[in-house]
Design a protein around this ligand. Structure first.
Ligand SMILES: [Fe+2]
Ligand SMILES: [Fe+2]
Length: 285
């Protein structure tokens, strides 16, 4: 495994390559303009989180895991899954009206340009592939958006925390102490996060990718943890060791959402061989 790049290194490499070389033209947004939930670009974002925070209960998450983690919906190659995603616009995301495949390619190309190992590039390409849950009829509030632990108290650092008042778990004392149903320091692997594309894709990929890649996939939407520093009381040392990888991934996911289309046709051969090296030809979803 390659040594962990420090944040500044990642940030600088990213700035240089993406701004100057990869997507030179409409780099119109300043960093502070991303994830601006106070004045979201689309009104749907607020409504999205109202529903998400109301409906994602502890029982809901367990039921979705029992159902989807059997992977018995259909057989699809990674490319088929990628092409499906091209039809989806993410209601939870204030920053992007681009198709998902463009977001994934912008992410992976920025990782590649920064000189990271190939599994990190592949993680960039795959990280949102779990959004195929929409293909199986799931509403967006059960697929996308920031994730948070269920079964314990809600952090006030989660986006739109006021909407948790409508969640039935907020009235259940079992779920409202700091650790709730969990043990202090039990490790995030033992904590149920709100259901969505991160957890789903983690389980789909866990036999194929290295551990830091799996952390990036599983926790990339858990901003309350990797950005706000909350929920450390549920973490173990392994989580703390992996956290810098999740944080190293985040700028590539977040700041590469520029409205320029990567050239999929010319990039495709590179990604075909990359996918072949790590993943089987088709996967059960
Ligand atoms: Fe995502
Ligand atoms: Fe993403």
């Amino acid at each position: 495994m390659n040594a962990m790049p420090d944040d500044r290194e990642v940030g600088e490499a990213w700035e240089r390559f993406v701004v100057e070389q990869v997507y030179p033209e409409p780099q119109t947004k300043a960093r502070d303009d991303y994830r601006n939930y106070d004045a979201p670009g689309r009104e749907t974002v607020r409504e999205f989180y109202r529903q998400n925070h109301r409906e994602q209960t502890y029982e809901f998450v367990l039921a979705k895991k029992r159902d989807y983690l059997r992977f018995c919906r259909r057989e699809m190659s990674v490319f088929e899954a990628l092409e499906y995603l091209n039809t989806l616009v993410d209601d939870s995301d204030p920053d992007i009206d681009l198709t998902q495949i463009n977001h994934l390619l912008q992410t992976s190309e920025a990782v590649r340009a920064a000189g990271h190992p190939d599994w990190f590039v592949l993680t960039g390409l795959l990280h949102d592939l779990g959004k195929v849950l929409c293909l199986f009829g799931e509403p967006q509030w059960a697929v996308v958006g920031d994730t948070f632990p269920v079964g314990c108290g809600y952090s006030q650092r989660i986006v739109y925390p006021e909407f948790f008042a409508e969640n039935p778990d907020a009235q259940d004392p079992r779920f409202q102490s700091r650790c709730g149903v969990y043990e202090e320091g039990c490790g995030l692997r033992n904590v149920h996060l709100s259901w969505g594309h991160d957890e789903y894709l983690y389980h789909r990929m866990k036999d194929f990718l290295p551990e830091p890649a799996l952390y990036m996939i599983r926790f990339h939407s858990f901003y309350a943890w990797h950005r706000e520093g909350e929920y450390d009381w549920l973490c173990d040392d392994h989580d703390r060791e992996m956290l810098p990888w999740v944080q190293a991934f985040n700028p590539f996911d977040l700041y590469t959402k520029a409205p320029v289309e990567p050239d999929w046709t010319s990039l495709r051969p590179y990604y075909e061989q990359l996918i072949d090296r790590y993943l089987p030809p088709t996967l059960a979803w």
